[in-house]
Each structure stands twice: as C-alpha cells, then as structure tokens.
Write a protein that binds this ligand. Sequence first.
Ligand SMILES: [Cu+2]
Length: 263
Amino acid sequence: MRPLPSLHIVLREVKSRRQAVPPHRRTYLHPRSASLFLAVGAGMIFYFQYEKKRLERKRIVEMSKGYGKPKVGGPFTLKDIDGNEFTEKDLLGKYSLIYFGFSHCPDICPDELDKMGEALDIIQDRAPNTVRPIFISCDPNRDTPDVLKAYLAEFHPSIIGLVGTWQQTKDVCKQYRVYFSTPPEFKPGEEDYLVDHSIYFYVMDPEGDFVECIGRQDTPESAAAIVLQHVRDWRREKKPIDTTPLPYLQKKEQAQAPPARTQ
Ligand SMILES: [Cu+2]
C-alpha cells in the first residue's frame, strides 16, 4: 500500500501550485469581501430557517382549521364577571389566550396565571393590545362572578373572567375539548372537591380559529415568543388585527382623565 503523504509534503505541493499561477491571475479574497460573503451566507441560512419555521407554523394553523379534523373552539355563551354576555364572537379581532381553570385550584391555576401575567407584559410591550387573555371557569357551582372577580384581581388586570351555568360550562368545555368533571350540584359537606381540568392556554387567532397550545413546560418568555410569532406571521400576511386598547387600559384611562367640565 502506498504510504499517505505527510502534511508537510501536501502543504509544499499546494504552495508550489499556487506559485505556478502568474501573479496577475491570482485571485485574492479581500477580508472585507470575505466577511460580506459570510454575512450574506449567514443571513440566507437564517432567512431560510425562519421561512421554514413560518411555513411549518402556517401548515399547522391551516391543518387545525381543516374540515373533518377535530376542531378546537366553537360557539359558546358565557358571562363576564360584570354580568355582560360573552360569546365566541367577542373573541374576534385580536388574538386570544384562553385558559380553563377554577378559583379553588390549589396550585396549578395560580402558577399558570402568574406565568400568563408575565407573558402578557412581554406581549403588551412588543405588540400592544393584540392579545385578549381569558379565564373560563370550569367550576360553575363555586365560581360566581364575584368569586371569580376577587380571584382574578390577584393576577394580571387584563384577564377577562368568564362563567356560565353548569350546562353552558359543560358546552364550552366540550367545544374546547376540555375534560369536564364538575358535578351539576354539590351536596352539603362536599364543597371541597377538586376539578380536573386541562392546563393549556389555547391560542386563538383574530378569526377565532385555534392555532396553538401553550403548555406547562413553557416559561413566560417562551409563551410570549409563541404568541408574538403568530402575531408577526399574521401581520406579515397583511391580515387585519384590532389594536384598540384592551378594556382594562380603557378603564384605567377613564379613571385618570380629568372630570368633564360642565357649564
Ligand atoms: Cu387549576
């Protein structure tokens, strides 16, 4: 077997071949062109990766809108904590972040709502008023509007609390494929039950279609990043998005505004 040439010999060969090219025909890559070349290359790789991810997200979004597929979301009728009717039509215009829980939940709901609050601050900072956070109670017996109002006051002020009758709650849970186990009514002495519920945030687009789930493994930062990415995709496709200030900001503004002058 022929022995492999040593590195030294290889280098010498390269050198001599290079020298064989007359000086005026040698091509040099100027350091500036080299860095430009690398920057363009890196930019293209980044762009293609971004596009690939965007198309992948789009495919998933379109798949979840597809016919014949189990659909998440649909018509429902509930009431907000001020007693106003709230239906699936009130989800339109902005992105929604929907969470199903109950105020007696010992630990998961508070943790998730804290996380939602932090994510909402990040989102509000980068894409103001594009997302409407919603908490739907799946414990209609104990979560009266007042109970829910007091409970949600401990979390982010933008969260809209929704409650319904037992049947309305059962219906909305069915629409969102949330397991619903709450008994229609509780007997005295049995008020201390736990409610099994899903622990996802449902991200719905401004047309009211489900786009993605945010799970317990997500941090406030990653949850915000998921939502912001969808908002960016939506805007990129030049689809309309409502950015009127969220109700809690409007209330805040009204409270701060000087009283109207009367003559
Ligand atoms: Cu919970």
